[in-house]
Design a protein around this ligand. Structure first.
Ligand code: SF4
Ligand code: SF4
Length: 261
């Protein structure tokens, strides 16, 4: 065994079913909303002045999961995540920490604690699982997931995130959502009313047609004035987060707010 060999056995502690923004596929988001629970729309933006070299695997990965737009005169790509949001226990968590929708639970729940993003290392210290969960059956060997069924679930989730970018962008355009955080600095969290989001998702999965020319002009939001000004200096439209937060839209920053440039 080396340090990329990880063993795992779920202790059913239930910790991973609390206080989450759980990424969902479009179909899972529709089902989640139809059960009467909330889904947010998380948006992040990547400045995209030039196309990446084909050898830049991480940039290609991001490109495949984002939509082309502009922000002012800056070419920008938008990554959109539909996320089941709850404080405290998941609305589907039952007695004994049993999932109440076990057979229909989202892919991300089936995959946990493995990572969906191949560029993110599985790090037990970053997971909710208690220390005694990290023993038992082999989870990874040589940094690779051992279980073929788990690998297939990860591949399904990656395929959905590539195939659903157009549907998610259509939802944002339909709902007038065009603010995003600078990628790796935070998220803009849009919280449309449940029935409104459900209608938009259903409509967007049914309609056809290319969207790339109609993805709208997006605004960067940041809680760091330095970022706001840097983006403006390269032609983007950007605003400071404290002028932006409302009940329907929030900025979640990874870094401390800084109003000074
Ligand atoms: S859907 Fe089930 S497995 Fe997923 S967070 Fe909720 S209770 Fe846990
Ligand atoms: S936190 Fe880990 S050990 Fe606990 S229920 Fe979730 S997957 Fe199992």
């Amino acid at each position: 065994m080396d340090d990329t060999d990880i063993d795992f056995h779920c202790t059913m502690c239930g910790k991973c079913c609390h206080n989450l923004r759980l990424p969902l596929t479009v179909g899972e988001a529709i089902a989640w909303l139809e059960r009467g629970d909330d889904v947010d729309v998380l948006c992040e933006a990547l400045p995209w002045p030039v196309e990446p070299d084909a050898s830049n695997a991480e940039a290609i990965y991001r490109r495949q999961r984002s939509s082309p737009t502009t922000s002012g005169s800056l070419p920008t790509r938008i990554q959109i995540v539909l996320a089941a949001s709850f404080a405290g226990p998941c609305p589907n968590l039952g007695e004994g920490n049993v999932c109440g929708i076990y057979d229909d639970r989202p892919l991300v729940c089936r995959i946990y604690p493995a990572e969906m993003n191949p560029f993110v290392r599985l790090a037990p210290e970053h997971k909710a699982c208690p220390p005694d969960a990290w023993q038992g059956a082999p989870l990874t060997r040589g940094g690779r997931i051992v279980d073929a069924a788990m690998v297939e679930l990860i591949e399904r989730s990656q395929l959905a995130s590539r195939q659903e970018i157009e549907t998610k962008m259509k939802v944002c355009v339909a709902l007038g959502l065009h603010e995003a955080a600078l990628a790796n600095e935070g998220f803009v969290i849009h919280a449309p009313e449940r029935s409104v989001l459900l209608d938009a998702l259903k409509h967007s999965t049914q309609s056809t047609g290319a969207m790339s020319s109609a993805n709208g002009d997006w605004t960067y939001v940041s809680n760091r004035m330095k970022t706001v000004n840097a983006l403006k200096s390269v032609g983007a439209t950007s605003v400071f987060a404290d002028t932006f937060d409302t009940e329907a839209h929030q900025y979640l920053g990874f870094f401390e707010a800084a109003a000074e440039a």
